[in-house]
Design a protein. Structure first.
Length: 228
């Protein structure tokens, strides 16, 4: 990455971009160490920079800039899976969704929620509780993993025996495509992005409730959307 490209990131993201070597090394792996047998095949995984977009608009601008400059982007939630999906194997820029963690809407009647991709499951569950709802299913990494990350990674979790895979509980997902356009995926189209580890910005999903001592908490599905 040359100085002009670094300057663009500094001007547009300020303190939310880092080129610090130590920080970049931390973003070069996930929760697990890379097996020694695979390291020679994977090569270097230290990114050139790490950026934390704050909105869908910033994400769109970043993706368009990266496409124009031929810079690889690697999306990152909480890196809790340990399967290497967030490793920046082509280096470039890691897009950390840490700041895109807003709960946009909760609909008690529809028993659904719309959230940004960086929302952590535990945070979402606590918010749902205020509306008499609870999660229909959640990953075992519930305290420290994200909604967008689970949709990208794919899989089942606590509650899946009754509710199925997470993708089956997502009503729609907003995705920023490689050219910077935004598309909302629904129904069977979700198969194109689930388990694909792409640049998912947000989602809208189902949930349910359960009884507790004072009132019913109905199950609610989590969704994601990339709005402010």
């Amino acid at each position: 990455m040359h100085r002009k490209q670094e300057l663009y990131l500094k001007q547009n993201f300020g303190s939310r971009v880092t080129f610090d070597e130590t920080e970049r090394k931390l973003y070069g792996h996930d929760i697990a160490a890379i097996p020694s047998l695979l390291k020679p095949l994977i090569g270097g995984t230290i990114p050139d920079a790490v950026v934390q977009p704050d909105s869908e608009e910033e994400l769109i601008g970043l993706i368009r800039w990266a496409a124009e400059n031929g810079i690889p982007l690697t999306p990152r939630g909480k890196a809790s899976s340990g399967y290497g999906g967030v490793l920046p194997v082509k280096r470039g820029v890691v897009v950390d969704f840490y700041r895109m963690n807003r709960i946009i809407t909760v609909d008690p009647e529809a028993q659904s929620a719309t959230v940004q991709a960086g929302v952590v499951w535990e945070k979402l569950d606590r918010e749902l509780e205020h509306h008499g709802l609870t999660l229909r299913l959640y990953p075992t990494s519930y305290p420290g993993s994200t909604v967008g990350g689970w949709l990208a990674q794919g899989g089942a979790g606590i509650g899946s025996y009754e509710a199925g895979w997470f993708r089956d509980n997502v009503m729609s997902a907003r995705v920023v495509l490689p050219d910077g356009t935004v598309r909302e995926f629904r129904d069977y189209e979700l198969d194109l992005i689930a388990d694909a580890e792409g640049m998912i910005a947000g989602a809208h999903a189902k949930g349910h409730g359960k009884p507790d001592a004072s009132h019913d908490r109905r199950p609610c599905a989590a969704g994601h959307g990339a709005h402010d």
